[in-house]
Design a protein around this ligand. Structure first.
Ligand SMILES: NC(=O)c1ccc[n+]([C@@H]2O[C@H](COP(=O)([O-])OP(=O)(O)OC[C@H]3O[C@@H](n4cnc5c(N)ncnc54)[C@H](OP(=O)(O)O)[C@@H]3O)[C@@H](O)[C@H]2O)c1
Length: 208
């Protein structure tokens, strides 16, 4: 599978690219700046370039830009992305004096993304951190993926299943990204409260 990581110069994108490289995926990291993408690619031993350049021939696009740039970046690259499936990993959270909260009351970022671009969209990996991906061992977590379109959900599940020690689980329609994105706020609060490094693992799923 040929994977293009938009915003692959960031903490999450770099850790994901390195992990996928080690798993023998054909990976490319992108940046708003060609030179920065190319340099990160050289450092990581993967292809690199501008976000637009790395979309060429991709089987799956991972939208890993800073979360508040997700929608604008996708809108700008809509034509270049075309109908290539997109995995949205973003969460909208807000840091307040009372703690870290989900920033959205209604639609998730991933649903807004699906309405913005032509490509099929899946959502997931919000609870798998860059630190988890950079560890020696696969994280002892499940990866939950939701989506309405199997053209995006199936490759996303396939990829997610290689990234965790647990299972890649189909979490239903794209609207469930509301819960996945909000869970990031929960996990960040738990991490802060307990100086932890929490992840998700579901119980009671026979045969999985
Ligand atoms: N960090 C984690 O552990 C983690 C875990 C799960 C999911 N995620 C999600 O993964 C995504 C990336 O997280 P991150 O921590 O790697 O973020 P980040 O380091 O803050 O940003 C990633 C990249 O986004 C690009 N970027 C920044 N501002 C931009 C803008 N205005 N327009 C377009 N691109 C912009 C930058 O690349 P260039 O400057 O090179 O263009 C940057 O390297 C987020 O949606 C986050 O919610 C993160």
């Amino acid at each position: 599978m040929k994977v293009a990581i938009l915003g692959g110069t960031g903490a999450f994108g770099r850790a994901l690219a390195a992990r996928l490289r080690d798993l023998d995926f054909d990976v490319a990291v992108g940046s708003r700046e060609h030179q920065r993408g190319w340099e990160r690619g050289v450092e990581l031993g993967v292809r690199g370039g501008s976000n637009e350049e790395i979309l060429e021939g991709a089987d799956l696009v991972i939208l890993a830009v800073k979360s508040n740039a997700t929608i604008d970046t996708a809108r700008e690259l809509n034509v270049a992305i075309g109908t290539t499936p997109v995995l949205c990993v973003a969460s909208d959270v807000v840091f307040t004096e009372h703690g870290i909260l989900p920033a959205r009351d209604e639609r998730s970022l991933a649903e807004e993304l699906a309405e913005t671009i032509e490509a099929p969209v899946a959502s997931g990996l919000q609870s798998v951190s860059a630190i988890d991906l950079a560890a020696n061992e696969l994280p002892d977590q499940d990866a939950l993926i939701c989506g309405d379109d199997p053209r995006a959900k199936e490759p996303a599940l396939e990829l997610a299943g290689r990234l965790v020690g647990g299972r890649a689980l189909d979490a239903g329609p794209l609207a469930n990204s509301r819960a996945l994105e909000a869970m990031t706020a929960v996990i960040l609060n738990v991490n802060k409260q307990y100086r932890a490094h929490a992840g998700l693992k579901l119980t009671g799923i026979p045969g999985k």
